[in-house]
Design a protein. Structure first.
Length: 114
């Protein structure tokens, strides 16, 4: 066959993490896609406009930029807003959560258009 040279457990752990992120993102994308498609077909101007802005912004922004904004930018923004309100908090995102949410947002926008 082929020799993994002792990296088999690491490869298996990485593959299982990839599958978990993908499944989590797929569930989120399906939900966002259904809600977005409903909003695009709605009679409400506000719902249609919100769905159009969501799909345009998410589909027009590179995936890596969205991932970096979510992982680094959102905690910084929340900490800055909290400090303006007089609170001191430390917020760190789990990398799994950041990846799954980013992929869910991206593919949810694509699913909205289908």
């Amino acid at each position: 066959m082929f020799d993994l040279q002792g990296y088999g457990p690491s490869l298996l752990a990485g593959a299982s993490m990839t599958i978990a992120v993908g499944l989590s993102a797929m569930v989120m994308a399906c939900i966002l896609g259904l809600v977005g498609a409903w909003a695009k077909l709605s009679a409400s101007y506000t719902a249609r406009a919100t769905a159009a802005v969501y799909t345009t912004v998410i589909r027009g922004t590179p995936e890596l930029i969205l991932l970096l904004l979510l992982y680094y930018g959102v905690p910084t923004l929340v900490q800055d807003l909290a400090s303006l309100a007089g609170y001191e908090i430390i917020l760190n995102f789990n990398p799994f959560l950041a990846g799954a949410v980013t992929l869910g947002l991206i593919y949810g926008a694509f699913a909205t258009e289908v």
